[in-house]
Ligand binder design. Structure first.
Ligand SMILES: [Zn+2]
Length: 181
């Protein structure tokens, strides 16, 4: 078996332009309720709806262009002042800019997916608060093989649980208003 499949992992990706939600057996075996399975699937679906992969690629590109342009400008200034500079700085800083650019919004994507995931899970008849408990369970961020697990890329975070709680409170408030009408 491919060692990637032995890692507890779930993610959203594209396979030849087709959106795919990927979950390994170990992560499924680790889940303690249908609500947890539903929430993690809904959460990954949120990454699709939010077009997070495309946005991240655009931000990486923008970051690379900005850092590359800044470095080229600084080098040109150095050259005209007769100061020595390293031309490979442009490449290095473009790579740095790409990493910064794609990282800049990653936390807001996670929170947006938590919001969308909570709504999708609730609309499908599952309890998003119970489901999000999967994210709250502390686990090793790395597997024995040293690979990043689900927690390496999705660290447990109070902000995320608070988001799910707020969304489900909103849904309940709306439902009780509708019942009173
Ligand atoms: Zn994510």
């Amino acid at each position: 078996m491919d060692h990637e499949l032995k890692i507890r992992n779930a993610y959203f990706t594209y396979d030849k332009d087709q959106p795919v939600i990927f979950m390994t057996m170990p992560i499924l075996q680790d889940m303690q309720s249908d609500d947890e399975v539903a929430f993690v699937m809904s959460y990954e679906y949120g990454h699709l709806i939010g077009r997070h992969i495309q946005k991240q690629q655009q931000q990486a590109l923008a970051g690379a262009l900005i850092m590359g342009a800044l470095t080229a400008y600084t080098n040109a200034q150095a050259a005209s002042a007769g100061v020595s500079y390293d031309p490979s700085d442009v490449d290095r800083n473009m790579a740095l800019g790409a990493a910064l650019g794609s990282k800049a919004y990653s936390q807001s994507y996670e929170l947006e997916s938590d919001t969308l995931g909570a709504r999708i899970a609730a609309a499908s008849g599952y309890d998003p608060v119970k489901g999000a408990q999967y994210f709250a369970r502390p686990e090793d961020a790395r597997t024995e093989a040293g690979n990043l697990s689900f927690w390496g890329t999705h660290p447990p975070d109070e902000k995320r649980l608070a988001t799910v709680l707020a969304v489900s409170a909103q849904i309940e408030a709306k439902q009780s208003l509708q019942r009173k009408q």
